[in-house]
Design a protein around this ligand. Structure first.
Ligand SMILES: [Zn+2]
Length: 183
């Protein structure tokens, strides 16, 4: 099993930002947790988990460069972990984005979405998106997760819990392993 975890956005353009958090900050933290979860669980089948940090490149080249790196690695799937953001402070809930028509991508999105029920956020479900570069241009199944709205004060507060991001990362790691058939 070869998985790529891509850090969302980059250091010069960190994506949505509110309540002391940015998408990039969250993404870097949760990817380390997902990697550790899969590596610890998978000792007997030696999974390869790479983290691609687009943070070295400035936007918008970051998105293209990340996609090229992912295709060079030829993984079984790539997962990029974002947070949602809105000018409406009350906007809330979780979603998983996948490329429409990708059977394996949709299955992985489903596995992750099933895990969101253990988080205290409204489930907005699966969102097929044909317009996102990473989903469109990667050769492997590609998923974008958005577990919460960083612009929603209550939901962003979950990230402040000592083990909040750890729980989220473990759920995503578990979903990847289940999708792979390792659970
Ligand atoms: Zn984002």
């Amino acid at each position: 099993m070869k998985i790529v975890l891509s850090d969302a956005h980059c250091s010069t353009d960190q994506g949505a930002a509110a309540h002391g958090w940015t998408e990039y900050k969250y993404s870097c933290l949760v990817n380390e947790i997902i990697k550790k979860y899969i590596m610890d669980f998978g000792q007997h089948f030696n999974p390869v988990v790479s983290i691609v940090d687009g943070g070295r490149y400035s936007a918008p080249a970051e998105v293209r460069t990340t996609t090229e790196i992912v295709n060079g690695i030829e993984p079984d799937a790539v997962i990029e972990n974002h947070l949602n953001g809105s000018e409406h402070q009350e906007a809330n809930g979780s979603a998983v984005l996948y490329y429409p028509g990708s059977e394996f991508g949709e299955a992985l999105a489903n596995a992750i979405n099933d895990r969101w029920q253990y988080l205290p956020f409204k489930e907005r479900g699966l969102k097929p998106r044909g317009d996102i570069y990473l989903l469109r241009k990667t050769k492997c199944p590609a998923i974008i997760t958005e577990p919460l709205f960083v612009t929603n004060k209550q939901e962003a507060g979950y990230l402040d819990f000592p083990r909040g991001i750890e729980v989220m990362g473990n759920l995503i790691g578990e979903a990847i392993l289940q999708w792979w058939g390792a659970l």
